[in-house]
Design a protein around this ligand. Structure first.
Ligand code: ZN
Length: 197
């Protein structure tokens, strides 16, 4: 049980595709324990194995609002099998300390994975919930995709990164999400309407 150092943006391994887990070995169990220890120590809501320097397809989430009601969920070899809708989400990442920007996400996801005992499960998260957004964010880490690749405005994203002394966005990783953007613009989230006032 160890609180691990979270890998910072700029480290090449954050851009690597992580390996499948073939057996829930002692090593994998330790990675999972360390992910939770590090998640709770940093007050995060989700953490992926590559963020602690272990390029395996594992992430953990706990979106419990206070940590007295813990709701840890472990995802091993996850596959998003359905996604729908679109939302704009103000996000950060433990690998980008204190930098936040608006990103595009699906509103609903259905995901299949193995739990820490190797049992298969399916979970649905919708309505643009924190869980739905967190699953997409952590899932991306396993493919070397970072939240800034989904940014809605590259200038705002670069400004937020520069303010925290982080490297700017790398244009070659920006995702083409025209359809998501169009759908977000059709149904602007309430926070955005407030900002216009
Ligand atoms: Zn992250």
């Amino acid at each position: 049980m160890t609180v691990r150092k979270v890998v910072r943006y700029g480290t090449p391994s954050l851009r690597e595709k992580s390996k499948e887990v073939h057996k829930i070995s002692k090593k994998i169990q330790i990675i999972i324990d360390d992910l939770y220890d590090t998640l709770y120590a940093t007050n995060g809501v989700g953490l992926a194995a590559p963020q602690i320097g272990e390029n395996y397809r594992i992430f953990v989430v706990d979106v419990g609002m206070d940590k007295k009601t813990m709701n840890p969920i472990t995802f091993i070899n996850p596959k998003i099998i359905k996604k729908e809708g679109a939302v704009s989400s103000f996000e950060g990442c433990l690998s980008f300390p204190e930098a936040y920007t608006n990103v595009r996400r699906y509103k609903y996801v259905k995901i299949k994975a193995l739990d820490e005992k190797g049992r298969s499960f399916i979970l649905e998260a919708g309505e643009g919930s924190l869980l739905a957004r967190c699953i997409q964010h952590e899932y991306d880490h396993l493919d070397g995709i970072l939240f800034i690749d989904h940014c809605r405005n590259r200038f705002d994203a670069n400004k937020a990164l520069a303010e925290k002394g982080l490297n700017g966005i790398d244009e070659k990783y920006l995702l083409d999400e025209k359809e998501l953007e169009e759908e977000i613009l059709k149904n602007p989230p309430p926070e955005e309407e407030k900002k216009i006032d």
